[in-house]
Design a protein around this ligand. Structure first.
Ligand SMILES: Cc1cc2nc3c(=O)[nH]c(=O)nc-3n(C[C@H](O)[C@H](O)[C@H](O)COP(=O)(O)OP(=O)(O)OC[C@H]3O[C@@H](n4cnc5c(N)ncnc54)[C@H](O)[C@@H]3O)c2cc1C
Length: 474
């Protein structure tokens, strides 16, 4: 019987186990599967706390609905009835020059894509609006195959103001990254495709908006952009673990220190001194952890993996009495541009987006700290983080009262950054790893940081493993 070991029990590792077992079952091929997780809980950065009627997300809190892999897996796990969307029509805001401005309507792929709202927004000066509209008559194309930073691309098409006041904070809110360095090809390649087709980003986006409108009319109801699970995203982890129990051998507190290639297969060396032999290994780890595990037998691969930069972040969830918050909280929350010079990256009005997450009479807010280059906040003492949170909420939203509950989650280096050239590095990593038989890499370090991207990557890996009985790393 073939033996496979998956190292890492985050969503990448657990969904890899799910898909590998599914393939083996379909082929009627017996498979002995181990999942080894270093910490004492499953789920990696997915962490939900349920306390006194609050559903508090410590890491991710929802997934993009238009990327189907997440929702498909939830349905396959029997979670369809637990899926909830954001309240449709909730607007997002940008904190700029001392107040909250609504995001222009019709944002597509994180870029303002409708002329009316673009001209009406209070986020741009008259010159900034003219500069953006000028793109309609521009013809500019990035040379095919070339990578470019999000900042250079957006500024070339729409000008500095659109980038600094609107696009930068939206990207930072997702990647906790510096959009001046983020690779467009690795994050939003669709924008490059539009540019290639139309020669102008705005013309391409206007066309896309028309298509989306037609699709929405066919659907007949507004779709939620983000979806989650009623009991929190940990429900997906719990359902996966329940599904795997009895089908795979699941081990917490099992840190893998090193991998050793053998004549046939692999030997895994664990931190407690024990070893495990397997025919194949899937490394479902952050790139820096994968680098340490492969270092002894392939320093070049380790170097490539270690070269993927990571950011740390802190999420502070704050519960307040509704009567203590004068702000109407009619929206989904706000992001803060880097040019504002504030430590707060974003604040989600969680209980406005997902009302079930706070009990009656309370609101739940979620503050995101850890701007690229200034993420040392992750090492601050808890009381300092809380004092910072209260100051930021007071100065941005006028909330002066003390919270009734707070939950602080620190994520040390957990969010991979995709700098310009990232996809070339990923290709080099996969081609190097592909030289070793039955070694695969999955996770958020490579081709997408969102949960649906990670699940889709695990599904691809399982298919490739099945097809080749070996490392594919497509
Ligand atoms: C704060 C935050 C907010 C986010 N928000 C969203 C969101 O709203 N929506 C969204 O779609 N995505 C979001 N993401 C991204 C998404 O959550 C992650 O990309 C995804 O969950 C990563 O899964 P993973 O399995 O690749 O990695 P991880 O979750 O990091 O799991 C890796 C696992 O490997 C284990 N491990 C490490 N070293 C070893 C070893 N040597 N041996 C054994 N085990 C080891 C770790 O303990 C960990 O459990 C967010 C991420 C963060 C950090």
């Amino acid at each position: 019987m073939e033996t496979l070991a998956i190292v890492g029990g985050g969503i990448a590792g657990l969904s890899s186990a799910y898909f590998l077992l599914q393939q083996a079952q379909a082929r009627k091929r017996p498979l002995r599967l181990y999942v080894l997780e270093a910490s004492d809980r499953w789920g990696g950065v997915i962490r939900t706390v349920r306390e006194d009627g609050f559903v508090v997300e410590g890491g991710p809190d929802s997934v993009l609905a238009f990327k189907p892999a997440g929702v498909e897996l939830w349905k396959a796990l029997g979670l369809a009835s637990e899926i909830v969307g954001t309240v449709p029509g909730r607007r997002a805001f940008i904190y700029f020059q001392g107040r909250l401005h609504p995001l222009p309507e019709g944002l597509t792929l994180m870029i303002p894509a409708r002329l009316g709202p673009l001209f009406r927004t209070s986020l741009l000066s008259p010159w900034g609006k003219l500069r953006a509209a000028w793109n309609l008559v521009m013809r500019t194309r990035t040379p095919p195959g070339q990578d470019v930073s999000v900042a250079d691309f957006v500024m070339r098409h729409l000008g500095r103001e659109v980038f600094e006041h609107i696009v930068e904070p939206l990207f930072a809110g997702i990647y906790a990254g510096d959009a001046r360095q983020l690779s467009l090809r690795a994050t939003y390649p669709q924008l490059l495709d539009l540019e290639q087709t139309y020669g102008s980003l705005l013309r391409g986006l206007l066309h896309r908006v028309r298509q989306q409108r037609a699709a929405a009319q066919r659907r007949g109801r507004p779709a939620s952009a983000f979806v989650t699970l009623r009991g929190g995203l940990a429900r997906m982890v719990e359902a996966l673990v329940a599904h795997l129990q009895g089908r795979a051998s699941l081990h917490l507190r099992s840190q893998v220190r090193a991998l050793q290639p053998r004549k046939s297969g692999w030997r895994l060396h664990l931190a407690d001194g024990s070893t495990l032999d397997a025919d194949g290994v899937v490394l479902a780890l952050p790139a820096h952890a994968a680098a340490r595990v492969v270092e002894t037998f392939d320093p070049e691969l380790a170097g490539l993996l270690a070269g993927i930069p990571y950011a740390s972040s802190v999420i502070v969830n704050v519960a307040l009495k509704r009567e203590d918050v004068t702000h109407p909280l009619e929206g989904s929350g706000f992001v803060v541009p880097r040019v504002e010079g504030r430590p707060l990256l974003a604040c989600s009005w969680t209980s406005s987006k997902f009302p079930h997450r706070a009990p009656q009479g309370f609101v739940l807010l979620r503050c995101f700290f850890g701007r690229a280059g200034a993420d040392d906040v992750v090492n601050w003492p808890e009381e300092d983080i809380l004092a910072l949170t209260r100051r930021e909420l007071r100065e941005t939203m006028g909330i002066a009262t003390a919270p009734v509950r707070t939950w602080v989650f620190r994520w040390r280096p957990a969010l991979p950054q995709y700098p310009v050239g990232h996809l070339e590095r990923v290709e080099a990593i996969f081609s190097r790893a592909g030289q070793w038989p039955n070694l695969s890499l999955v996770g958020n370090a490579y081709r997408g940081v969102g949960i649906p991207d990670v699940i889709a990557g695990a599904r691809r890996m399982a298919k490739a493993f099945d097809a080749h009985q070996g490392a594919d790393n497509t």
